[in-house]
Design a protein around this ligand. Structure first.
Ligand code: ZN
Length: 442
């Protein structure tokens, strides 16, 4: 039975938005002694120490410098954001005298129907004026606050024949019985500031349904934001568990994957590249040579074979829940896996005694994209796309295998513990130190 699942559920529940996911990562890193850096400061990095930094409070990078001069980077990349709804600046949309609705727009590609008729809440950050200073504060209402009511079946008789929801009309959450309610006052109260001190906000609607174990033996779990907090948490645990005397181990979890990654803090930005540059400068490492022998594991969940619709997956490359780490493949390289990276990662998983399974889209169905192919255009290195099998991706409430979080942590721990040397183009040497990569519970 899984041991890490409860810690994952706790992480998900503490992380309703990308800002909170980064804060949750920071808390874990601080506990483990990682030193916080700020991009605007001069960095004085020391061998043998671990560091972390954030950008826009919504992307995070942590890294550990070995005692000896490192020759490469071992990197995992995941994402902190999930599809939800963002509150617009003019936040209220009155409907008659009886109702105040929140004026929201979709963030990312969510399954609209899954957001209806369930308790929702608000979280994000508020920007507060403090004299001549401005401070961004994380906020989470942490209570059942909103609902998006369906139309009754008696008023829409074809509702079970497939229903199109218009986000501008059908998906505005109900907030209050008072159409003239003062949202800014309400928000300022929650943020413990005066209304006139409230300068702005980035607020999101999130699903309040608790994460829970499912199945006769608790073999599955359902939760909001499994894509991609499962991989963010699993790669962070692997990162923290590991030790490498030859490589800079680096953990990256980026915002804005769900909207294409092309933001200052997303995987399409130079955030990762900037940090690699500064580490190389600090220790006299030749960046080009280091990248030529480095490896990136892009970790983002994969579609499991659906119990009611197995025909939607490839006949053979269709993973199942609790079946181990999924290697994601795509001929067009939307997933960066190739024969070499799959072989290297396969050997690492075999060493760590972690099962692997293969994923490919049905050939007549284009799949989604993820971080690896975007991140490696700016930091070119060998790369693989992996994930854990899950159902109902981008639903407000998703389902995955409870044992798979352990598989992910063990595989990533072993990856970070590997001594990877590139001998030439297509020639590699992998060494696993004794005792490392061994199973370690969190
Ligand atoms: Zn994802």
């Amino acid at each position: 039975m899984s041991t890490a699942i409860n810690a994952l559920i706790n992480f998900i529940e503490k992380s309703p938005t990308a800002f909170h996911a980064v804060a949750s990562c920071a808390e874990i890193l601080e506990e483990k002694g990682y030193v916080r850096l700020f991009e605007g400061d001069e960095w004085k990095l020391e061998a043998g120490k671990g560091y972390y930094l954030t950008r826009n409070q919504s992307s995070v990078i942590a890294f550990r410098i070995p005692e000896k001069k490192p020759h490469n980077f071992l990197i995992t990349a995941s994402h902190t954001d999930s599809p939800m709804f963002k509150v617009k600046n003019e936040a209220l949309s009155p409907a008659f005298e009886q109702y105040a609705r929140l004026n929201v727009e979709p963030y990312g590609g969510t399954i609209f129907s899954t957001w209806l008729d369930r308790p929702l809440s608000l979280a994000g950050r508020v920007i507060v004026s403090q004299g001549d200073k401005i401070e961004a504060r994380l906020i989470d209402f942490e209570r059942d606050l909103l609902v998006i009511p369906n139309v009754a079946i008696h008023m829409k008789r074809d509702i079970n024949s497939g229903c199109a929801y218009n986000p501008a009309i059908d998906l505005l959450p109900l907030l209050s019985q008072d159409a003239k309610t003062d949202f800014a006052e309400f928000l300022a109260n929650e943020a413990r500031c005066k209304k006139e001190e409230l300068l702005g906000y980035d607020l999101y609607v999130y699903n309040r349904t608790s994460a829970t174990r499912i199945g006769m033996n608790g073999e599955f779990f359902s939760a909001p934001r499994i894509d991609n907090l499962m991989c963010a948490f699993g790669t962070l645990q692997g990162f923290i568990n590991s030790k490498n005397d030859h490589s800079v181990n680096l953990f990256y979890s980026a915002d804005n994957e769900e909207t294409g990654s092309t933001t200052k803090q997303g995987a399409g930005s130079v955030f990762l590249s900037d940090v690699i540059d500064r580490i190389c400068e600090s220790f006299g490492i030749d960046r080009k040579r280091a990248l030529a022998s480095s490896m990136l594991v892009s970790a983002d969940n994969a579609h499991a074979k659906h119990p009611n619709h197995p025909e939607l997956g490839d006949a053979k490359n269709a993973p199942h829940l609790n079946g181990g780490v999924v290697i994601k493949n795509n001929a067009a390289q939307k997933y960066t896996t190739d024969g070499i990276s799959a072989s290297i990662f396969g050997k690492i998983c075999a060493y760590a005694d972690v099962p692997t399974q293969q994923y490919a889209n049905r050939s007549d169905m284009p799949g989604g994209s993820t971080l690896g192919s975007i991140a490696t255009t700016l930091t070119p290195m060998m790369s693989i796309d992996i994930g854990m099998a899950q159902l109902a991706m981008h639903s407000a409430y998703e389902t995955a295998g409870a044992d798979d979080i352990d598989h992910l942590i063990h595989a990533i721990t072993a990856f970070y513990n590997t001594e990877l040397t590139v001998l030439g183009d297509g020639q590699y040497c992998l060494q696993f130190s004794k005792g490392k990569g061994a199973r370690k519970n969190v």
